[in-house]
Structures are given as C-alpha cells and as structure tokens.
Write a protein that binds this ligand. Structure first.
Ligand SMILES: NC(=O)c1ccc[n+]([C@@H]2O[C@H](COP(=O)([O-])OP(=O)(O)OC[C@H]3O[C@@H](n4cnc5c(N)ncnc54)[C@H](O)[C@@H]3O)[C@@H](O)[C@H]2O)c1
Length: 336
C-alpha cells in the first residue's frame, strides 16, 4: 500500500536511525479526519517516530486504539476534545490537518473563515505547552494559515521562524506524478521543485530545472502547469462534496514529516520545498514563500534561492506574487 519510494526512504532511514538512534514524539492535531487518519497510520510506520499523540475534537481515541495495533515500536495515545494540552506535552513535531476541506466550486481561500480560528487556537496551545515544537501546517489556506501560526507564536514570544512550515509537498508529489505520466518516466526521475505558495496561481512549478521537464513546451506545457496548479480540483470534483485530497495528502504529509525528522536527527543534505518565513521576496512585502529549504537540527537550515527561471516561469512568478501577498496579509490581519 505504501509507495515503493516511501518504503525505500523509510528503509534507508531505518539504517540511518540505528546509528543516530534519536527518535521523536509527534502530535497530529485533527487526527480523526480524512487526512488525519491515514497520516497517523503512515507516521506509525515511520521508524523515526517514537511516540504518536493523536488529537481531534472528534474520534481521536478510536483512531489511536486502531493505529496502535500496528506492529511497529512507537507508542500511540489518543486525546479527546478537552485534552489538547495533554496531547502536546513533550511533543517535538506538531502536524496540523485540522479544519474543514473544500467542496466543489470552492477555493482554498473560501475556507479561511472556519480554519483561521481553528489554526489560531491550536497554535496558541502549542505556544503554551510545547513552545519549542516544530509546527507543520496542512490546514488550508496554507498561504494564510502559516502566517497565522507564526503571528500567534510571535505574540506569545516563542516564535522561531525556523520551526514553522507550510506543507506544500502535495504540489511536489503531483508535479512528479503528472510529469512522469506525460514523459513515460518513473516519478522518482521527474522530481520538480515547486515554489511560491499552495493555491492555484501561487503554485509555481519550475519544470525547466528538471531534465524531463524542460522538453515540455507549448500547449503540453500550459496544460501540465495548469494540472499541477489545479490538480486538487480534480479530487474535489471527483469526491463530489465529500471533501478534498486526503490519501495523497496523508502520503505527502508523512513524506515531509519524515524529511524534517531526518534533518532534526542531523542528517545532512535533506532539501525539499516548503512554505516558510523567507527573505526571497521580503523586499516586496512577501515574507513567506516556498522554495527549496535544507532541513537540519533546528528546522530550517538554509533557504535556497529559486535559481534560473525560464521566461514562462518568470510569468508564473509574476502572477503568483500579488495573490500570495494578499493571502499572507489576510492571515496577519486576522491575528493583529
Ligand atoms: N496542504 C495541503 O496540500 C492540503 C491538501 C488537502 C487538504 N488540505 C486541508 O487539510 C484540512 C483537513 O482536510 P480533511 O480532508 O482531513 O478534512 P476533514 O473534515 O476530513 O478532517 C478535519 C478534522 O479536523 C478536525 N477538527 C476541526 N476542528 C478542530 C480543532 N479545533 N482541533 C482539532 N481538530 C479539529 C475535525 O473534527 C476533523 O476530524 C483542510 O483544511 C483541507 O483544506 C490541505
């Protein structure tokens, strides 16, 4: 069930972890949901996770009882609605998929009114109980929820920008899969750096930087870019009112979490796109941005620049920036 590449990576880290021998307590906030359940399962089989703390306002103890029977070494505990603080005790990494998903016709920004306050309140609990935790935000709109989490932590005096991440890995996963399908190559050979933000036009795939990607031109290029930017809509439409991507998102969430854990354990050269506080476009008032980031013992170790862009990518970037700026400002204004 678990993709070959993920298993390969887990096996590699099994070897790595036996020498590093450092494992981590991870919490999932929203563990009872469509993403939360499979994400909890995938984290249960991650050898770098020593303990899993599953929290939701509904159903987390049941998910925890179920997942806890999987025959890996980690401990699993579930926490009901009134036990958020207990769920966060001693936690080093907090993954947040709590909140409502899209229905057909909705943009991610349409989720703001509901999810902004959910994320704000969860971030306040992190600030209170586990202020040194790394916070990985899945809840949409990521372009706004990451600034919200950051502002809440900042207000509480515990903000370290190296420890707050928006998970944009699903865009990277989709780009590799769609490009692989188009070129007939294995997705592992079609890794694409995706930069910007995580919604529609703010998603900017840098296909020109991939060997297989730079040969795609004209209409095929336009269609591929559109599919990477709006791939989530395919799932929302097919689920027909029952939500958005959950299984592929759980895979993407577990993949990113595993990379962060490798970095936290001291492994060098772990680089992946993620939406973080970034200097790249800060002079234009855009102080959160996704680009390749090297992960290390403190979280963000190094933010990589975008590198060489094609003329088409320059245009995509020009379309991304104003939207992204608005989304970030909306998040900040919510907490101000
Ligand atoms: N970053 C991405 O690439 C990406 C991809 C897909 C979906 N998402 C987002 O992830 C979020 C979750 O999606 P889903 O399909 O799992 O939704 P879902 O409705 O199936 O699950 C959400 C869960 O959050 C819980 N919840 C609500 N308020 C909570 C709170 N205050 N504390 C703890 N838990 C709470 C709910 O009880 C529910 O179990 C949505 O915002 C969705 O838009 C992000």
């Amino acid at each position: 069930m678990f993709a070959r590449s993920a298993l390969r990576s887990l096996n590699q880290s099994r070897q790595f972890s036996s020498s590093a021998a450092r494992q981590t307590k991870v919490a999932v906030l929203g563990a009872g949901g469509g993403i939360g359940q499979p994400l909890s399962l995938l984290l249960k089989i991650d050898p770098l996770v020593s303990s899993l703390s599953l929290y939701d306002i509904r159903g987390a103890p049941g998910v925890a009882a179920d997942v806890s029977h999987v025959d890996t070494n980690s401990e699993v505990r579930g926490y009901p609605a009134d036990k958020l603080d207990e769920a966060l005790e001693g936690v080093k990494v907090v993954v947040i998929p709590a909140g409502v998903p899209r229905k057909p016709g909705m943009t991610r920004d349409d989720l703001f009114n509901t999810n902004a306050s959910i994320v704000r309140d969860l971030a306040a609990a992190v600030a209170r109980v586990s202020p040194e935790a790394h916070v990985l935000v899945i809840s949409n709109p990521v372009n706004s929820t990451v600034p919200i989490v950051s502002a809440v932590l900042e207000k509480a005096g515990v903000y370290d920008p190296r420890r707050v991440f928006g998970i944009t890995t699903l865009d990277v996963v989709r780009a590799a899969r769609f490009l692989g399908g188009l070129t007939g190559s294995d997705p592992k050979d079609t890794r694409v750096t995706v930069v910007g933000g995580h919604s529609g036009a703010t998603i900017v795939p840098l296909l020109s930087q991939t060997e297989n990607g730079k040969s795609i031109t004209g209409e095929a290029y336009e269609k591929l870019v559109h599919r990477i930017q709006f791939g989530g809509d395919e799932v929302v439409k097919a689920k027909d009112g029952a939500g958005s991507a959950t299984l592929s998102m759980a895979y993407a969430g577990a993949t990113f979490t595993h990379k962060l854990l490798r970095g936290l354990n001291g492994e060098k050269g772990v680089i992946t796109p993620t939406f973080v506080k970034s200097p790249l476009f800060a002079d234009q008032g855009i102080d959160f941005f996704s680009s390749n980031v090297e992960l290390g013992p403190n979280g963000v170790e190094k933010i990589h620049p975008l590198g060489q862009l094609s003329a088409s990518e320059e245009k995509l970037l020009a379309a991304c920036l104003p939207d992204l700026k608005k989304n970030i400002e909306k998040g900040k204004a919510f907490v101000a």
